[in-house]
Design a binder for this molecule. Structure first.
Ligand code: ADE
Length: 282
C-alpha cells in the first residue's frame, strides 16, 4: 500500500514497544463513539480496558494518520489525572488504541444522571482533578493543547477520580495547524470561534465551561445552532451562572471566560484558587 511508509506507526520513536497483538484483546460492548470509530469495553492481560477501534471503511490512510497522531501524543503522558495509554494494535485491519477503563464512564454521563447527588465539595474536588491533568498537559515541553476539553472527555474511574481523555485533537504548541477551528461549539473560546490564532488559553476557556457544567449539570447553549453560538459569544454573552453559585467559584468561571486569552488564569493559578475554596468548605 502506497501510504503505509508515510503513515506507519513504526515511524514514531518507541511506538513498536507499545504494540499489542490483537489476539491478546477480548472485545466487549460499545461504550462510546469517536470521530474515527467506536470505543469498546474489553479485557487485556486479565484487566478491564477501553479500546478505541478504527472503523473498517476500506480506506485506512486517514484513520491511520489520526491514530498515529494520537499515539504520538498519549505515549508520552503519565499522570494520575490523564487516562493511561496501554498500547496499540497497528496491524491493519485491526487498528486500535488500548487504554485504562474508567468504570463510571464520562463526567457528562455522571452530571446528567439525576440519581447521582453531587455536593459542592465534590464539584471542587473533580474540578481540581481535571485542572491537575490539564496543568500537566500545559507544562509539557512543548506544551500540549487538548482543544476539546468538555465533560464528555473527562472520564470517571471506579474510585470516582477524574481522568482527562481523548487526545484525538490534541496538538503540541508548535504544530502547523494550530489555528484551525476545532472542538465542540459550546466549549470553544472566542478566538477559536473567530478562527484567530490561539494557544493553551483556549483550554482554560473550555475549562470554565466544565466548571459551569459541574454547577448547572446542563449543556452550554443547548438548542442553539453553531451560528447562534458564534454570534452570542461575539457579543460577549456567556452561559448564565446561577445565583446560588458561591462567589469565588463564579469569579473563577468568569475569569476563565475572559475574551482576552491573556486575562485568563493558567491552571497553576486555577489549582490554587480551587484549593482555597476546598479549605473554606470545611
Ligand atoms: N469512554 C471512552 N473512553 C472510555 C474509557 N477509557 N473508559 C470508559 N469509558 C470510556
Amino acid at each position: 500500500v502506497q501510504h503505509s511508509r508515510k503513515t506507519s506507526l513504526s515511524d514514531i520513536p518507541f511506538a513498536a514497544d507499545w504494540e499489542i497483538p490483537i489476539s491478546e484483546l477480548k472485545l466487549g460492548p460499545k461504550i462510546g463513539q469517536g470521530a474515527f470509530g467506536d470505543v469498546l469495553r474489553g479485557t487485556w492481560q486479565g484487566t478491564d480496558v477501553a479500546v478505541k477501534r478504527l472503523q473498517n471503511n476500506g480506506s485506512y490512510s486517514q484513520a491511520i494518520v489520526a491514530i498515529r497522531h494520537e499515539v504520538a501524543v498519549i505515549m508520552r503522558l503519565r499522570h494520575p489525572n490523564i487516562i493511561l495509554f496501554m498500547g496499540a494494535c497497528t496491524v491493519p485491519p485491526d487498528i486500535c488504541i488500548v487504554m485504562e477503563y474508567a468504570a463510571n464512564g464520562s463526567l457528562y454521563g455522571v452530571l446528567h444522571n439525576p440519581n447521582i447527588g453531587i455536593d459542592m465539595a465534590t464539584v471542587v474536588r473533580w474540578a481540581s482533578e481535571a485542572a491537575r491533568g490539564m496543568n500537566y498537559l500545559h507544562t509539557r515541553n512543548p506544551p500540549i493543547v487538548h482543544r476539546d476539553l468538555k465533560s464528555v472527555n473527562l472520564l470517571v474511574d471506579g474510585d470516582w477520580h477524574i481522568k482527562v481523555s481523548d487526545f484525538g485533537l490534541a496538538m503540541t504548541k508548535q504544530s502547523s495547524y494550530a489555528y484551525s477551528q476545532v472542538g465542540t461549539w459550546g466549549w470553544m473560546a472566542p478566538e477559536v470561534l473567530e478562527s484567530a490564532p490561539y494557544d493553551e488559553k483556549a483550554d482554560v476557556y473550555s475549562f470554565g465551561v466544565v466548571l459551569w457544567e459541574l454547577i448547572t449539570r446542563e449543556e452550554p447553549f443547548r438548542g442553539y445552532h453553531p451560528m447562534q453560538i458564534m454570534r452570542a459569544i461575539d457579543r460577549g454573552e456567556r452561559p448564565a451562572i446561577p445565583e446560588s453559585c458561591p462567589h469565588t467559584y463564579k469569579q473563577l468561571v468568569q475569569d476563565c471566560w475572559q475574551k482576552d486569552p491573556n486575562g485568563r488564569p493558567v491552571f497553576e493559578e486555577i489549582l490554587g484558587r480551587l484549593g482555597a475554596m476546598s479549605i473554606n468548605l470545611f
